[in-house]
Design a protein around this ligand. Structure first.
Ligand code: GLP
Length: 247
């Protein structure tokens, strides 16, 4: 794992955006996995700025979001689809046919999760994926558990994860759906390059466990230690407990 620390959260997010932009310019038909959450908001801002300045062209790119809240989709305030439209899709020249988010409103979620995996496979897998880190160590909605899933799946969200998503629902965590649809560990670990972006002191302990602790399904992000090309981008606050360790 290659760990890079920046002084502030916004610099860390800009660094993640720079890696995406660099890969996109080398490879315009990039297949990119994308996260939601608070952390990547400034990264998306940087991507939109680059597009507006003529430094990015998404016309041939394909994106696959990591997850969606169950029962939610296009047009639903609070859905990850709406988040992506607000922060990226509506502001850059990505084709709507190639901007994929699992459809949490699908009448048949079993069909939807299988369809999502097929689409990723048909796109040739992910060239690059940007991940955030849940406070409990989740990536996407792959929650800590005795077993993790390889494929896109429906998952019960832990109360802490629902609380972390409460901002999308006016602060009411009980309004957050109790389930999500998530890309599985197979597509994530199959990505040719992984960028893990984590900021803020509240994540410092989990960053330490994910990067320097044992590889365990109880800290899903720890599985990234086994991936050959991971760049971890931290701000100083998130890096405080790993700063002096040799990883
Ligand atoms: C959410 C998302 C994750 C995201 C994580 C961290 O539950 N499902 O994909 O990485 O939580 O979010 P934040 O950046 O707001 O801490």
């Amino acid at each position: 794992m290659h760990v890079v620390t920046h002084a502030t959260a916004s610099r860390a997010a800009s660094a993640a955006a720079a890696l995406v932009l660099q890969r996109l310019s080398q490879h315009p038909s990039l297949v990119l996995g994308l996260p939601t959450g608070e952390t990547p908001v400034p990264m998306y801002r940087a991507l939109v700025r680059a597009y507006r300045a003529g430094r990015a062209d998404f016309s041939r790119a394909t994106t696959f979001n990591l997850d969606e809240l169950f029962g939610m989709g296009k047009g639903d305030e609070g859905s990850y689809r709406s988040y992506m439209e607000a922060h990226l899709f509506d502001h850059v020249n990505i084709s709507s046919r190639r901007a994929h988010v699992p459809d949490g409103r699908s009448a048949d979620w079993r069909h939807e999760v299988a369809r999502y995996d097929r689409q990723i496979e048909r796109a040739g897998g992910l060239d690059m994926i940007v991940l955030g880190l849940g406070r409990n160590g989740h990536i996407g909605f792959n929650e800590p558990a005795a077993q993790l899933q390889a494929h896109t799946h429906r998952v019960a969200l832990q109360p802490g994860t629902r609380r972390a998503n409460a901002r999308l629902f006016g602060g009411r965590w009980r309004a957050v759906p109790a389930h999500g649809l998530s890309m599985g560990m197979g597509a994530i670990l199959g990505a040719r390059r992984v960028i893990l972006l984590v900021t803020g002191a509240a994540k410092a302990r989990m960053v330490e466990r994910a990067l320097a602790g044992p590889i365990t399904t109880h800290v899903p992000a720890s599985l990234l230690q086994a991936h050959p090309d991971v760049i971890v981008i931290l701000d100083r606050a998130a890096a405080s407990l790993v700063a002096k360790r040799r990883l």
